[in-house]
Design a protein around this ligand. Structure first.
Ligand SMILES: [Zn+2]
Length: 388
């Protein structure tokens, strides 16, 4: 039975999200737990970590920070600097970089040197298309790249500490074990990194891709990781993560938001600025599970006490799951795919249990081409009734 959390507006179609008897989701409970954490003690833990990995002579990098150039990367690098670390910033080139993304990446270089992987564009594009057609995720190779390339660099340069940003399982909800976990390792990546069951090796043979083409995308072996003593931690474990004040602070250090309005698919202007086709990725999530990026942002804003549930519902109705026309245009231009094929792949991943269809089972759309959700009643009474 489809229903929404009675505290935020997350539907129970979100993978791995559990609900209690009052219809409250795990992520809302997790947000409550965040307030109960002794953050001063966590900061002390971080200082000990810094002490352990800090190169006292200052002649080597102390840690690696994977950066997209976005708000979180800025904050990670800023915090590392605040606590005396000398980081090497590692960047995996996105699918289709935006002008704002380029500007923010330039800005982050002021905090430290950036090492960028400029990927083979032909191999990468084949993986984008394969990810889109096979598992409904055009950003599949990007996720592999951003989680794997920094670890390869850590092994190659013998820099044992990797400082990641938020733990998405803690921020957006997920299995309890992962929520409270502090480290990012191969198992976390395989379970929560968004790989959707597709492995890097599955790409061998796709459009002639060879094992050699995939070297940059392969996670180091356990032996290599052990020999280099790699530890990957989430900064969000040590410091209470809250995007909005972090964005404001980072703007003082040159981080730019989208000045001409909200990012397509949501109502905020500070996230997903660097990559033109990410709207297609977010829309795929919407057609599969019935919630988009705006729902994610509304849930965070409700949990952080910035808006009421009622205001959140209004924002979801206005912004969530709208056909991302700009992003689709960019994606078709990048991939060379026809609109007909794009629509047919999109439909094949659309859950007809969530969206309205006609008597023949064809998906219905409004006059703007948007899908129509079957479940638009967010009232708490309905959610509780739906339970029984
Ligand atoms: Zn909730």
């Amino acid at each position: 039975m489809f229903r929404y959390c009675t505290r935020c507006v997350m539907p129970n179609t979100k993978p791995d999200l559990a609900f209690d008897k009052d219809g409250v989701c795990d992520a809302c409970h997790s947000a409550g737990l965040k307030n109960a954490i002794d953050w001063k003690a966590r900061e002390e833990e971080f200082k000990k970590l810094v002490e352990r990995f800090n190169n006292k002579d200052g002649l080597k990098y102390d840690c690696i920070i994977p950066v997209s150039g976005g708000k979180d990367s800025h904050y990670q690098v800023y915090m590392a600097r605040q606590y005396g670390l000398n980081p090497l910033l590692v960047h995996f080139e996105p699918t289709m970089r935006t002008e704002l993304g380029r500007k923010n990446l330039e800005n982050i270089r002021r905090f430290g040197n950036v090492l960028e992987l400029k990927k083979n564009p032909d191999v990468y594009k084949k993986m984008v298309l394969e990810g889109f057609r096979r598992v409904g995720d055009n950003e599949w190779p990007n996720h592999i790249g951003i989680f794997t390339f920094p670890i390869r660099v850590a092994v190659a340069y013998k820099i044992p500490l990797i400082l990641w940003g938020e733990n998405s399982q803690l921020e957006y909800g997920g299995p309890k074990a992962a929520r409270m976990k502090n480290t990012l390792d191969r198992r976390w990546l395989e379970e929560f990194g968004g790989l959707l069951g597709l492995r890097v090796d599955d790409m061998v043979g796709v459009g002639g891709i060879t094992q050699q083409d995939l070297i940059g995308y392969k996670y180091p072996t356990d032996e290599e990781l052990l020999a280099a003593g790699i530890t990957g931690v989430f900064l969000g474990y040590y410091f209470k993560w809250d995007a909005r004040p972090q964005v404001e602070l980072m703007q003082q250090y040159g981080f730019s938001v989208k000045e001409d309005g909200a990012v397509e698919g949501t109502y905020t202007n500070y996230e997903n600025l660097d990559e033109a086709t990410v709207g297609v990725h977010d829309y795929l999530k919407f057609v599969k599970f019935g919630f988009g990026r705006a729902t994610d942002h509304v849930c965070l804003d409700i949990r952080n006490g910035r808006i009421t549930r009622e205001e959140g519902v209004a924002l979801v109705e206005k912004y969530d799951g709208k056909l991302p026309k700009i992003s689709i245009t960019d994606f078709l231009a990048y991939s060379g795919m026809s609109r007909t094929e794009f629509d047919s792949v999109m439909d094949s991943f659309t859950d007809k249990a969530i969206f309205m269809t006609d008597e023949r089972g064809n998906l219905l759309r409004d006059s703007d081409g948007n899908l129509i959700k079957k479940y638009q009643d967010y009232s708490i009474e309905t959610q509780l009734t739906a339970r029984s």
